[in-house]
Design a protein around this ligand. Structure first.
Ligand code: PGA
Length: 251
């Protein structure tokens, strides 16, 4: 079984006062190396300070997107080396809110992920279908297309994947265990075909309304190697409850 990764995505939430939550999460984690990995992807403005607060604990800090170029005339963007220097170990790429709100295509997502790897970061590459795509039976085809494009030029042990059905993000609607199992098995099969044996150990996270009430049901599903958590990662108690649900599976 892969070591699980419990990752929070704070999105555009968090001011300095919320660094208290980072401290609470960092001090609430189990210290053993067998315990799940824990990560908080915070806004870029909080990254350096969050990394400082988490330093010496088991908590990693990450960014939420990065530009595909190292530097240059890209007003408002943040590069992977900047995130790395600020203390990030990971960066989310291709979140659906970036794909839909900022026109990020599979090609762009792959370029961002390669930039992340080049800077020494682990990209968490997100894929997922819309409700219309699911209703019309196109889910696996959509996922296959996103994987094919978004993984271009990447080595198997350099990235993490996250399956996040768009209709489950921030809606309180959770995919059923059967839906999650089907898509995660499909992604695993894709990874094995593409990369051979190393494809077996690429982490595949589930994201979409994961919370303390459903974590114990979702995290044990085959090929679910952790979670990407939005809303519930904003409260230390909720994040730690999900983390503890993952930790309970490894003992
Ligand atoms: P949610 O967000 O947990 O609030 O549904 C998940 C995500 O967008 O990563």
């Amino acid at each position: 079984m892969n070591r699980k990764l419990i990752a929070g995505n704070w999105k555009m939430n968090g001011l300095r006062v919320d660094l208290q939550t980072v401290r609470e999460i960092a001090t609430g984690l189990a210290a053993s190396t067998a315990a799940p990995e824990a990560l908080l992807c915070v806004p870029a403005t909080l990254l350096a300070e969050a990394a400082r607060q988490a330093s010496g604990t088991a908590l990693c800090i990450g960014g939420q997107t990065c530009h595909s170029q190292e530097k240059g005339a890209y007003t408002g963007d943040v590069s992977a080396p900047m995130l790395k220097e600020a203390g990030a170990g990971f960066v989310i790429t291709g979140h659906s809110e970036r794909r839909t709100g900022h026109g990020e295509t599979d090609e762009i997502v792959a370029a961002q992920a390669r930039a992340a790897v080049n800077a020494g970061l682990t990209p968490i590459i997100c894929v997922g279908e819309t409700l219309d795509e699911r209703s019309s039976g196109a889910t696996l085809k959509v996922i296959e297309g996103q994987l094919t494009g978004s993984l271009d030029g990447l080595e198997p042990n350099s990235f993490v994947l996250a399956y996040e059905p768009l209709w489950a993000i921030g809606t309180g609607k959770v995919a059923t265990p059967a839906q999650i199992a089907e898509v995660h098995a499909f992604i695993r099969q894709f990874l094995e075909q593409r990369f051979g044996k190393p494809g077996q150990t690429v982490k595949i996270l589930y994201g979409g309304s994961l919370n303390p009430g459903n974590a114990a049901e979702i995290l044990p599903i085959s090929n679910v190697d952790g979670g990407l958590i939005g809303g519930a990662s904003l409260k230390a108690g909720d994040f730690l409850a999900i983390y503890n649900a993952a930790a309970a599976l490894t003992v």
